[in-house]
Design a protein around this ligand. Structure first.
Ligand code: FES
Length: 119
């Protein structure tokens, strides 16, 4: 059995505290998913707002966090999501959650995702 191939995304230190970074941009210029750093931990979410199915969330490249750098936000209608859980805590999709993406971080801090997990 072969080992699934992984796509290297970045190093854990490439994303600053409270910042976010998008990955795998499509032809329309929208990232497939994004990674945020909150309290030193990384969390990855699909770039698809639960308010409007499949709606991209950033207003410009890598802009997935609110001004306070605490919550993930969808800039279409201002929904706020917990960075750690993806739960919407304010806005039109209150109570719904973002779809988690299964990133991996190795002992050297290299962040990757298995190609089989990208769809
Ligand atoms: S599409 Fe995200 S809040 Fe409306």
């Amino acid at each position: 059995m072969s080992v699934p191939e992984a796509k290297v995304l970045c190093h854990i230190d490439d994303i600053e505290e409270g910042a976010s970074k998008g990955f795998l941009e499509n032809d329309a210029g929208h990232d497939l998913f994004f990674v945020v750093k909150r309290k030193g931990e990384l969390y990855a979410w699909r770039n698809a707002c639960p308010h409007v199915e499949g709606a991209p969330m950033a207003w410009r490249k890598d802009a997935y966090m609110d001004a306070k750098k605490v919550h993930v936000t969808c800039h279409a209608h201002g929904a706020l999501f917990e960075s750690k859980t993806g739960l919407c805590v304010q806005g039109p999709c209150l109570g719904k959650t973002l779809e988690k993406m299964p990133i991996r971080i190795d002992a050297k801090g290299v962040v990757s995702i298995l190609l089989t997990d990208i769809h």
